[in-house]
Design a protein around this ligand. Structure first.
Ligand code: AMP
Ligand code: MG
Length: 491
């Protein structure tokens, strides 16, 4: 521990968001809890943020001890949920403490999720249960370890109180870091109130904080829209590379920074199935695995609507410019997806047939319900001239065998050596993902007071590229009886 760093109770907070007009947020203090106890603490992230754990970490991250210099507030936002516009959502149980400048000079929000009611709680209790808190901790850390943009988990603290969901369950608070918590829904909140100045102020804020280069573009707000669209398209492509399904990718869960946020009913594919839906509330498949690029494009179109008046005074010009961005999104999504698929397949060069090669592999996988993660990992072995066996044995089917022959042929025209290619493939294809059944098992144990499975899983997902004797148990797909078929909007 570095004693020169400030402990959690005295952090050098800054408050650029709180400097925005009062209609953007509401001041609110966390509601203290009975018996705070640290469940997990992310020392690596703390070091990045310039914090040491300190003796008071449980009190601080439960909200019992508001750090000196914090200015706790709930952010206002709206959002389209399942396609329906809700003009006021807001942080119903999350409280922003302030911003910290990390050791790379980046401004990061620090927020407590589950810290008590706010003006936006509606009928909610402002609290979070231990299961969803630890789920977010695990999955956000897995995403980060795999190199995906995401909010981060700093601490999980048990409250010593129960929250009531289907029945009483132990409560917890998650301390989370984010590049910012501004969402598409934040601009929608202002636009819905016809607060044109507010939209402009917030758009300027986002440009300054996340896209400073847009300020110098001929049309800064169009440049902002395009930058967000590109980042979101790239993000969703990365989700697809690792088999992730967000489950509630609504406009209020679409960050303007391009980070993944709000790990509710999210899940990872076991066998490859493009139509896969896990969320119990997603009956129409709106948030299915393969629909995610179309869905995020829809979300960005809602964002575009909030910016039209700023893009050009002439409504028709603004609409044409914004539409061009939305129309370009499928091509950006495709390109990001194909880039990542080339890496997954061990290709360092680009050829015309690569798209079909990747697509046909997926189709061959779908036909035999092959495990999405293990097939790519096995291909890394095969690329080195070894026939993968055991857990990594490749599926055998006429379509799969034919595909392998095509792939081998394609690799022959790619410049790298087999060893270099295989090593690169092992860094593009995770061996360890937070498998749904493992996450489920860890959360059930944690609810009953046993953190050992959570800690073991957390250690494993922090080394996603490792196929070692220690990681093997976490690589195994679920037995039929272990399969998680549905996830619930965890609160
Ligand atoms: P989420 O599904 O976590 O993205 O949340 C959607 C909206 O519901 C946000 O406005 C949340 O703040 C609010 N919300 C979710 N759970 C609770 C809760 N237990 N108490 C108050 N508000 C909540
Ligand atoms: Mg949300």
């Amino acid at each position: 521990m570095d004693d020169s760093l400030p402990a959690a109770g005295a952090l050098p907070f800054e408050h650029t968001y709180a400097a925005l007009p009062a209609k953007f947020w509401q001041r609110v203090d966390p509601t203290p809890v009975k018996a705070p106890r640290l469940l997990a603490f992310n020392d690596a992230l703390a070091a990045e943020l310039g914090i040491t754990r300190g003796d008071d970490a449980a009190d601080v991250f439960a909200g019992n001890k508001v750090p000196v210099g914090a200015l706790p507030l709930a952010m206002a936002y709206a959002g389209h949920q399942f396609g329906h516009f809700v003009p006021q959502l807001g942080d119903g149980r999350a409280i922003l403490l302030g911003e910290l400048i990390d050791r790379h000079g980046q401004r990061r929000d620090l927020q407590l999720k589950g810290a008590g009611p706010t003006a936006f709680s509606r009928n909610g209790d402002g609290r979070a249960a231990i299961g969803p808190v630890l789920r977010e901790f695990l999955i956000s850390e897995a995403m980060h370890a795999m190199g995906l943009p995401t909010t981060r988990s700093l601490a999980a603290v048990a409250t010593g109180e129960h929250v009531f969901r289907e029945g009483p369950v132990p409560g917890a608070v998650l301390a989370r870091g984010a590049a910012s918590h501004v969402r598409g829904g934040t601009l929608q909140f202002l636009a819905a109130r016809r607060a044109t100045d507010g939209v402009r102020q917030l758009a300027d804020y986002v440009i300054a904080r996340h896209y400073p280069e847009a300020a110098h573009a001929p049309r800064p707000y169009l440049a902002l829209l395009e930058a967000v669209a590109r980042r979101q398209a790239a993000l969703v492509a990365q989700w697809q590379h690792v088999g992730f399904i967000h489950g509630v990718m609504n406009t209020d869960n679409t960050t303007l920074s391009g980070e993944t946020i709000d790990y509710g009913p999210c899940a990872f594919l076991d066998d490859y199935d493009p139509g896969k839906v896990f969320s119990s509330i997603d009956r129409a498949g709106r948030y299915s695995f393969s629909n995610q690029p179309a869905l995020v494009r829809w979300n960005v179109a809602r964002l575009a609507e909030t910016l039209l008046a700023l893009i050009d005074a002439d409504g028709e010009v603004a609409l044409a410019e914004a539409s061009a961005v939305i129309e370009a999104m499928p091509a950006w999504s495709e390109a990001s997806w194909l880039d990542g698929m080339r890496a997954k397949l061990g290709l360092s060069s680009a050829e015309d047939g690569d798209q079909a090669l990747a697509q046909d592999l997926l189709e061959a996988m779908r036909a035999v319900a092959a495990d999405y993660t293990l097939v790519f990992r096995a291909l890394a072995e095969a690329a080195q001239g070894r026939e993968p066996e055991g857990l990594l044995a490749l599926p055998r089917s006429p379509a799969f065998d034919a595909w392998r022959a095509r792939w081998r042929h394609r690799l022959a025209s790619d410049p790298r050596t087999a060893a270099v290619r295989a090593a690169a493939m092992r860094m593009a294809n995770p061996a360890v993902i937070p498998r749904n059944h493992r996450v489920h098992e860890a959360l059930v144990a944690a609810e009953q007071g046993d953190l050992a499975p959570f800690e073991a899983l957390l250690a494993a997902i922090r080394r996603p590229w490792d196929d070692t004797p220690a990681s093997r148990p976490f690589m195994v797909p679920p037995e039929p009886g272990q399969r998680v078929l549905q996830t619930f909007c965890g609160t």
